[in-house]
Design a protein around this ligand. Structure first.
Ligand SMILES: Nc1ncnc2c1ncn2[C@@H]1O[C@H](COP(=O)(O)OP(=O)(O)O)[C@@H](O)[C@H]1O
Ligand SMILES: CC(=O)N[C@@H](CCC(=O)OP(=O)(O)O)C(=O)O
Length: 297
């Protein structure tokens, strides 16, 4: 066999394996949460954008929700403001929410839009404010104090939880050439702007759009156990126990909580995976080598 025929055969074999997966997701909504920790490397960013473009070209309806925690932290530090987190959420005063909106809905959102458009697609950058897409309310979070074991209410300032999602604009975009890229900022009916954890925002969008898949791209291979080993599959009950016993902490808490809620709202498959692996999205959706942690009912 010549080298050319061998390559052609390999490509044909690859395609024939990918095709059933491609058909499975045709016309289906896939929400991809692109975490701030998975960003930063231009080549990886381009590979991510290529994957999103390819999903759209294959007839899938991709919706990108992005974070930007580290980038917000860097901007706050430049302005002499210290970042403070409680339960994985940023304590957000008025000055902070202004910077959060500027970094998320401004620079990061447009960078991702530009990367996808450079792949020949039509991405459009939006946040919860556009088209009345998302309305938020002040988050009411509680935490068990590890010293006293007493539950305490957290005052996180202008941190919001999505309470209303209107999918009119997203449905319109799904029927068009456009790929929505969403920043997790939304207004409240009280007139304030709220900073929403990007995982929570992605979960609300996936739930409202009845997404077939919700993928979380982060900087770790998935949920790790106490010995830092990857957990391939987690039930909702096991996931809750890992938060309770502290195995899951920091930014992984809102991610796992969102996975649980998304499963309960009927999203078919929720996966936490390493966004630092080039083409993580394509490999997850279109090959049998699903990576990361799959959350199951
Ligand atoms: N059990 C766990 N398994 C994996 N990561 C964990 C776990 N507990 C805490 N983490 C932390 O959660 C981080 C991912 O969340 P986060 O920093 O919010 O990322 P992103 O910006 O991608 O949303 C990991 O880098 C890790 O430090
Ligand atoms: C309330 C809250 O914590 N909001 C987040 C929003 C960005 C985000 O979630 O970014 P990652 O996905 O990169 O972590 C923040 O201010 O950092």
């Amino acid at each position: 066999m010549t080298e050319i025929t061998a390559t052609a055969e390999m490509q044909a074999a690859l395609l024939s394996r990918a095709l059933p997966y491609m058909q499975r997701y045709e016309h289906k909504t896939v929400v991809v949460k692109y975490g701030g920790h998975a960003m930063g490397d231009l080549e990886l960013g381009k590979a991510f954008a290529r994957d999103i473009a390819l999903l759209k070209q294959s007839g899938v309806n991709p919706i990108v929700v992005h974070g930007g925690g580290p980038q917000i932290g860097a901007m706050l530090a430049k302005m002499g403001i210290e970042s403070k987190f409680e339960g994985g959420l940023r304590v957000t005063d008025q000055k902070t929410v202004e910077i959060v909106e500027m970094v998320l809905a401004g620079s990061i959102n447009k960078e991702i839009v530009a990367l996808i458009n450079a792949e020949g697609e039509w991405a459009i950058g939006l946040c919860g404010k556009d088209g009345n897409m998302v309305f938020a309310e002040k988050a009411r979070k509680t935490m068990i104090d590890p010293d006293s074991n007493i539950e305490r209410v957290l005052d996180l300032g202008f941190v919001g939880e999505p309470v209303e999602v209107d999918r009119t604009l997203l449905d319109l975009l799904a029927r068009s050439e456009m790929i929505p890229v969403l920043a997790p900022v939304a207004p409240g009916r009280d007139g304030h702007t709220y900073n929403i954890n990007a995982d929570t925002f992605a979960g609300a969008i996936a739930g409202a759009c009845k997404a077939t898949r919700l993928l979380f791209l982060t900087d770790v291979p998935g949920v790790l156990d106490k010995n830092k080993k990857l957990i391939d599959e987690l039930t909702v009950t096991e996931a809750r126990a890992l938060i309770k016993d502290g195995t899951v902490s920091g930014g992984m808490i809102p991610k796992v909580e969102t996975c649980i809620e998304a499963i309960e709202r009927g999203v078919e498959g929720v996966v936490i995976l390493n966004g630092k692996t080039p083409h993580a999205v394509l490999l997850e959706l279109f090959t049998e080598h699903g990576a990361g942690t799959l959350i199951v009912p």
